[in-house]
Design a protein around this ligand. Structure first.
Ligand code: ATP
Ligand code: MG
Length: 138
């Protein structure tokens, strides 16, 4: 079994559609084995998106991620990382395929409703960023 970190982003919590996104996650076969609603402070957001710190959208991205609550969650499945990336769809919802979360709900390239880890290495780091072992109940 593999685990990945998911974040339901501020655009989705603001619109009260976290349940609908969780339904898509569960319908896909992934299991939500840890979940909490938090507000990221700027330090947490900057640390989380550290890899993007030289990108022109970094400041905006961090402001957006701290603008409303997020739901951080750990998803489990046989190929959870890749399966969740597929379920999310392309970063820019204009390019997202039918049946993906971003096609259904994303507002734009920044306000794209969900995050998912992109590799096993990053999944481990990102899960550890938000959860201690005793909060993950498989
Ligand atoms: P995530 O890491 O959130 O799962 P991703 O891997 O599809 O998304 P990344 O390239 O890692 O996309 O970008 C991280 C996030 O930064 C995106 O999800 C989006 O919110 C924001 N972002 C990416 N590219 C742009 C852009 N060109 N303009 C504005 N925001 C962007
Ligand atoms: Mg990414």
């Amino acid at each position: 079994m593999e685990q990945t970190l998911s974040i339901i982003k501020p655009d989705a919590t603001k619109r009260n559609i976290t349940g609908r996104i969780n339904a898509m996650i569960e319908d896909s076969g992934l299991r939500i084995i840890a979940q909490k609603r938090i507000i990221l402070d700027l330090k947490m957001a900057e640390g989380f998106y550290e890899v993007h710190k030289e990108r022109p959208f970094f400041r905006d991205l961090c402001d957006y991620m701290t603008s409303a609550p997020v739901i951080v969650q750990v998803l489990q499945g046989k190929n959870a990382i890749e399966d969740y990336r597929k379920l999310m769809g392309s970063t820019d919802p204009k390019n997202a395929e039918d049946g993906t979360i971003r096609k259904a709900y994303a507002l734009g390239i920044q306000e794209n409703s969900v995050h998912g880890s992109d590799s096993p290495e990053n999944a481990k780091i990102e899960i550890g960023y938000f959860f201690s072992d005793n909060e993950i109940i498989a």
